[in-house]
Design a protein. Sequence first.
Length: 314
Amino acid sequence: MHPQNIVILGTGGTIAGRAASASDNIGYTAAQVGVEELLAAIPALAQAGTVLTEQVAQVDSKDMTFAVWAKLAARVSHYLAQPDIQGIVITHGTDTLEETAFFLQALLAPAKPVVLTCAMRPATALVPDGPQNLLDAVAVARHAGAHGVVAVCAGVIHGAADVQKVHTYKLDPFSSGDAGPIGYVEEGQLRLLRSWPQAEAGRAQAAAKSIAGLAGAVPRVEIIMNHAGAGGAIVQALQARGVQGLVVAGTGNGSLHHELQAALLKAQADGVKVIRASRCAAGRVLPTPADTIPDSEGLSPVKARVSLILQLLA
Ligand code: SIN
């Protein structure tokens, strides 16, 4: 059978980064190299069937915006609807990759694979990791039966709901926490450990219709943290600025300093949507009958924020 097309959408990140010196792995500028140029550095990709490219954005992912997400979701939906497109790869910075992955999965639940990939070393490094990650991501996008939004980095396939950046420097900076990875890419072959993210037939097409309008009216949802000496002033200040949603990264099992809790309960009574996550890197907030603020149902603070924005938009 003739291999179907793969689309690679460029959004920037370190994978597209340039440094003045090849030995400089941190003093670079992200989002400089175009997606076409990234591809040209990987001759093996040309042998793997047709690969189309589109530069959707060119940003350091620390500067990711909802407007870029809306544009990206619209382009992903567009390509998902093409019968000759088997899967989509998105090049992205590692810093907010987990948020973009979760956003796309929550919004589109695609029945084809949408694979985010990245790098921890710039394209100009002595040994850049981007080319192998991109090659691995294309192998995942070409895999028969793959679906949903996943991230591929350092040979590991992570689901959108679980992936989290847990290291500042290592070439393998992501973890899927307690859930573990979906699988591994080894010499272009997939070794799968568990199932792909959920796919929902027709969701991407339905969402595509509403995507264009999303960026115009993004509700303001902020993340705050519980810590020693936390108080309620930050909540009051945000309420005064018209915040519509608050995610609190609680300590341990989502516990809150009593002053912060009082301010959050007041905000909740005033109509602000409040969600309680945990600042712990692993585990989830376990609900108890005494809870007065709903928990994030296993989502990390950044993903709970995305989820709350989508809820408020709906
Ligand atoms: C970014 O997130 O765009 C920069 C950092 C990285 O990609 O590792």
